[in-house]
Each structure stands twice: as C-alpha cells, then as structure tokens.
Design a protein around this ligand. Structure first.
Ligand SMILES: *[C@@H]1O[C@H](CO)[C@@H](O)[C@H](O)[C@H]1NC(C)=O
Ligand SMILES: *[C@@H]1O[C@H](CO)[C@@H](O)[C@H](O)[C@H]1NC(C)=O
Length: 403
C-alpha cells in the first residue's frame, strides 16, 4: 500500500514537471500533440486555394520518375548510369558550396540511409535530401537565391585534366517565410539543381514551430519532427568522398523513419548488398531472371502440394461416405494421424523456396535489455558492423535506441 502510494505521488510530481516543461515529454507524445493541433487547424478546401502559396517548384510529373526533375531544365529521363554520375557530382558540389560559405547542412531521409550503409547514395534512389536550420534557410534565401555554382572535378586524380565541369542553381522557395505545412504545396524549401538535366537535391529547413507546447522539437514543413538532442551535436563524416554532416542520433532517426528492417535487409529495389565490396550492386538481368524462375518454381510446387492435399481430402471423404453407406466402421484414427504427418512434411517442403540471400529480419531490441542475448542478435550486430563507416562501426544501434 505504502509503495503504491509513493509511486502514485511520484507519477503526479513528474506530470507536474512535464507540464512545467522541466522534464521533456517523449517525442511520441509531442508528435501526437502536434498532429492533433494540425488536424484541428486544418483549413477548408476553398481556404486551401485562397490562402495557400501557389506551388513554387514545378516538375513535369506524370509518372514517378518524372517527378524527380525540375521542369525548367529537364530534357527527358536519364539512364541509370547518367543519373548516378549526376547525383554524385551534384552532391559533392552542394557540400563544397556549403563548406565554402560556412553554412551548416546535413544528410536526411534516404540520403542518410545511404550514408549509413556505406557513405554513398543508395543507387536506386531518385531523391537526394538534405536539411538546414531555419535561420540558415533564411540566410540562403537572402544571400544566395538564384546563384549559380561552378564546379569542376577530376575525380581526385591530379593527373587528369578536369573531366567534369558543371553548374548548379540554388533556388530558394519564397514560401520559406511560412514554417507551417500550409496547403502542402511548398514543403520543399530550396533546391540545388543540375542545370544540364534538371535533377536536384531537395533542401528542407527545420524550425521550432511550436516552442510553447513542444520546445526543442524541430519540424520541416512535411511534418518530420526531430529533437534537438537527436540532431546535435552533429557528427562529421564522409559522403561520396567529401566531408558531410549527419545528425547525432542518426540511427534512431533512421529506425523511426524506415523501421529497423531498412538497416538489415540486404536486398532492395533490384539491388543486393555485397558485404565484401561494401556496395549495393545492381542485379544482372541473368540474376533477375533466375530469381523469377525460382519464384515460379516455388509457386508451382506450392500449387501442386495444395492440389495433392485437396485430392487426399476428397478421397478420404469419399472413403468415409462409402463406409457409412455400407454400414462399416469409420476409418481408423491412425489413418488420420498419417494424414496430419503428411501435411507437416508438405509444409517442410516450403523450405525449398529459394530465398537464401535475404537476411532474416531480426527485430532490434529497444529498451534497457540491450545486450544481444541470442545468436541471431549477435549476427545482426556483426552484419551492421560490416556496414557504415569505420569510426562508427563500434557503435551499437541498441545503445542509441535506448531512450
Ligand atoms: C585535380 O584535382 C585536385 C583536387 O581538387 C587539384 O588539386 C588538382 O590541381 C587538379 N588537377 C588538374 C589537372 O586540374
Ligand atoms: C528566389 O528567386 C526566384 C527567381 O528570381 C524568385 O521567384 C523567388 O521568390 C526567390 N526566393 C526568395 C526566397 O526570395
């Protein structure tokens, strides 16, 4: 009774502290509150058109791929290789520009996930995302909007004459002064555009939009929320061969946005993770064909097994029916037992379905008991240690996931 009383009064005191903003709410709680407020504030359909900013950045649209080009500079969809080459240099140029002008920027979303695996772009990704602080965004809008950045690279080989010479446009959305989602047309605050082909980097600013109810929570206009302590102090690392920053709690941020499986699954979008190379490698047409054949085989086998089971069942029912009609006793229980056993064997046959390259998705343990207590989890930690960057390999996801 006494302990219960104490716990209750402790809970009461901690509630008071939270109300007084003396101890932080959990991020989930803060998010829930922000979402409810957003929903309450939702404008009507006519207000959307009247009050909102018109959409600033334009993409040709039409299909998924065409949404990744700026309408003014696009001349059709690039090949896989051209896209790769465009994105790598675009990102290096972007990071150069920010470094030279001493403006802080860091990797976000899929771009951060690519960094986590091997410090590079995810080869299937068409989006490149970075973030800046709200004040940096305003600074960019005021001093660098519309500027063209000249970039040249000889791919760090000093014997080569510059082989790559490109220009990038920094275009800042005039709607940056609005930090709420608004009508949703302008959630991207700025773009870094390759003017040869229209591919771009999406830049979004994070602002403390609700300092009263959610101090220390930073949001972009697309309603991703981050705690100050998850962002800072930023970590300096490398991305595509140049210095880049990543948020302090990059693993928590990634796990929250993509679930832990994005950090373990080693086959994705027609690519396979090669641990020795530390690269995502595109599957060859032969591999893809083989996988399709294997899947067909597996399906056919399953179908056959299903038919077999159906046939057996019908035969059994028929036998029972005949026995009934002849007034004979019903089939003996062991017949049934045999049937059960068969089903089991059939199910075991499913192991024949080829999915060996796929890593098992092991749930990453959250909470206090973070020590790997099964072999599976040990394996998971090892797998993770083969990816990411050297100085970060020793870090354990579980430790950061601990609230
Ligand atoms: C190649 O790039 C390096 C590093 O940027 C530079 O120091 C070197 O002068 C460049 N070489 C040529 C021939 O442009
Ligand atoms: C940036 O420049 C473009 C083109 O002149 C202009 O339309 C836009 O409003 C500018 N953005 C800001 C933030 O001033």
């Amino acid at each position: 009774m006494k302990i219960r009383h104490m716990v209750l009064s402790l809970a009461f005191v901690s509630d008071l502290l939270v109300e007084a903003n003396l101890i932080p709410r959990s991020l989930a709680e803060v998010k829930a509150r922000l979402e409810t407020r957003k929903r309450r504030k939702k404008p009507t359909a006519s207000a959307l058109v009247e009050d909102g900013w018109p959409k600033y950045f334009q993409e040709p649209g039409g299909n998924d791929l065409a949404n990744h080009y700026d309408s003014r500079y696009e001349h059709g969809i690039l090949s896989y290789e051209d896209k790769q080459d465009t994105q790598i240099h675009m990102m290096r140029a972007y990071l150069d520009f920010f470094k030279k002008n001493k403006i802080e920027t860091w990797l976000a979303h899929g771009t951060l996930l690519g960094w986590w695996w091997n410090g590079k772009m995810l080869p299937w990704d068409w989006d490149i995302d970075t973030q800046v602080s709200g004040p940096s965004l305003m600074y960019l809008g005021k001093h660098f909007n519309g500027s063209i950045y000249d970039y040249s690279s000889n791919d760090s080989d000093p014997d080569l004459t510059p082989v790559v010479e490109r220009q990038y446009l920094l275009d800042v959305n005039p709607a940056i002064i609005e930090r709420d989602r608004g009508n949703g047309n302008n959630v991207i605050d700025a773009r870094w555009i390759d003017i040869r082909n229209g591919l771009y980097i999406d830049v979004t600013g994070l602002s403390e939009t609700e300092p009263q109810i959610a101090p220390g929570v930073w949001s972009c206009k697309n309603l991703h929320h981050y705690k100050t302590t998850d962002l800072y102090p930023m970590r300096e690392s490398m991305y595509e061969g140049v210095v880049a920053k990543v948020p302090y709690a990059y693993d928590r941020i990634l796990a929250e946005e993509y679930q832990e499986k994005a950090l373990v699954v080693t086959e994705y979008e027609g690519h396979k993770w090669h641990p020795e190379l530390k690269e995502w490698v595109k599957k060859t047409p032969a591999e893809i064909k083989q996988e399709r054949l294997d899947r067909q085989d597996a399906r056919r086998k399953k179908q056959q097994e299903k038919m077999q089971r159906k046939k057996e069942k019908e035969e059994k029912e028929k036998a029972e029916q005949e026995a009934k009609e002849k007034g004979l006793p019903l089939p003996l229980p062991e017949v049934k037992g045999e049937g059960d056993k068969k089903v089991e064997v059939d199910e075991g046959g499913d192991q024949g379905i080829k999915e060996p390259e796929k890593e098992p998705i092991v749930k990453v343990k959250r909470g206090a008991n973070a020590e790997p207590d099964t072999e599976e989890e040990e394996g998971l930690v090892l797998e993770r240690e083969t990816s990411g960057l050297k100085h970060l390999r020793r870090r354990r996801l579980e430790q950061d996931l601990r609230q």
